[in-house]
Design a protein around this ligand. Structure first.
Ligand SMILES: NC(=O)c1ccc[n+]([C@@H]2O[C@H](COP(=O)([O-])OP(=O)(O)OC[C@H]3O[C@@H](n4cnc5c(N)ncnc54)[C@H](OP(=O)(O)O)[C@@H]3O)[C@@H](O)[C@H]2O)c1
Length: 284
């Protein structure tokens, strides 16, 4: 496993396991399988409704807590200082742990300055080791980074070969903020798993398109958290550290960038309305 040192000195695995859209009843099994494969970083969120099951797997997996890296995210409905503060304690309770390794603001909506202050306070009191944001595009990111005491350690963004976030990477680099890639496999969109350039590069190393895509991200300095409910895919997505892409291969894959999301446009007013409505409706 490769690790990266965050801007506050905390070490974060470059590869983790995401549990978005894993139903609560399957989450314990999936996390236990992921840990047995070797994953030591798990990414969940209040909004995924499976923190408790992640916590249960962590409790019984047999790996010392300090060898695991747990990330969770504060949902929009818990925005603002008081609600965020209470929701951090609730996440700790559900995750059955004394501390969260990385806590993120899930979306840049509601009173995210209040949310951030609650996270900073929890960081000072030892309930959280590192704090950051998610889905803060460069404009929102510059705003929050400019007016808080603790520069975000991480910004979790959609990143894969088709959406490489080149501008965001340039901006975040100035702040020493790391990118963690959500949907690092693009959920297979744009035929990622059969893409001919990824497949051609993979043939040289005996690797799949998925593995080449994930390796490309890690070599670009982006941490990844692929999700799968199948243990053989968990193994495939974990098997990334015995090959290195050449500079020419990295350049070839950089050219696959389409420069836009495969899922969502965070600048679109209708998307903002969707998140505001979701934040009001989805209380967690
Ligand atoms: N911050 C945010 O707003 C945000 C948004 C989205 C995601 N995330 C985080 O990022 C994590 C990963 O993103 P994601 O779950 O959206 O998508 P993803 O990891 O890009 O892709 C997961 C999908 O690909 C399939 N898959 C996985 N490995 C495969 C392989 N080697 N070959 C073929 N198919 C494969 C999975 O199917 P099976 O499960 O059936 O194997 C699943 O349908 C999430 O779980 C979550 O923790 C965060």
């Amino acid at each position: 496993m490769e690790y990266v040192k965050l801007n506050n000195g905390v070490e974060m695995p470059m590869l983790g396991f995401g549990v978005y859209q894993i139903p609560a009843e399957d989450t314990k099994r999936c996390v236990l399988e992921a840990v047995s494969v070797g994953y030591r970083s798990i990414d969940t969120a209040q909004a995924y409704a499976n923190e408790a099951e992640v916590g249960e797997a962590v409790r019984i997996c047999g790996i010392p807590r300090e060898e695991l890296f747990l990330t969770t995210k504060i949902w929009i409905s818990n925005g603002g200082y008081d609600k965020a503060r209470a929701s951090i304690d609730e996440s700790l309770r559900r995750l059955k742990t004394d501390y969260i390794d990385l806590m993120l603001i899930h979306q840049p909506f509601n009173d995210y300055y209040g949310t951030y202050r609650a996270m900073e306070e929890a960081c000072r009191s030892g309930k959280i080791r590192a704090i950051g944001v998610s889905n803060f595009m460069p404009d929102r990111f510059i705003d929050i980074a400019g007016f808080v005491e603790t520069v975000p350690a991480v910004n979790q963004l959609e990143v894969h070969v088709f959406q490489q976030q080149k501008k965001a990477r340039e901006i975040l680099g100035k702040y020493g903020t790391r990118i963690m890639a959500w949907s690092p496999l693009a959920q297979g969109k744009n035929n990622l798993f059969t893409n001919e350039d990824l497949t051609a590069v993979g043939e040289k190393y005996g690797k799949t398109a998925a593995q080449v895509n994930l390796r490309f991200l890690i070599q670009s300095g982006v941490a990844v958290i692929p999700k799968s409910t199948h243990i053989e895919r968990m193994e495939e997505n974990f098997d990334l550290f015995d090959f290195t892409l050449t500079d020419d291969e990295m350049k070839k894959l950089e050219a696959l960038d389409l420069g836009h999301s495969q899922f969502i446009d965070h600048y679109a007013p209708e998307v903002a309305e969707m998140f505001v409505n979701a934040g009001k409706a989805h209380m967690v």
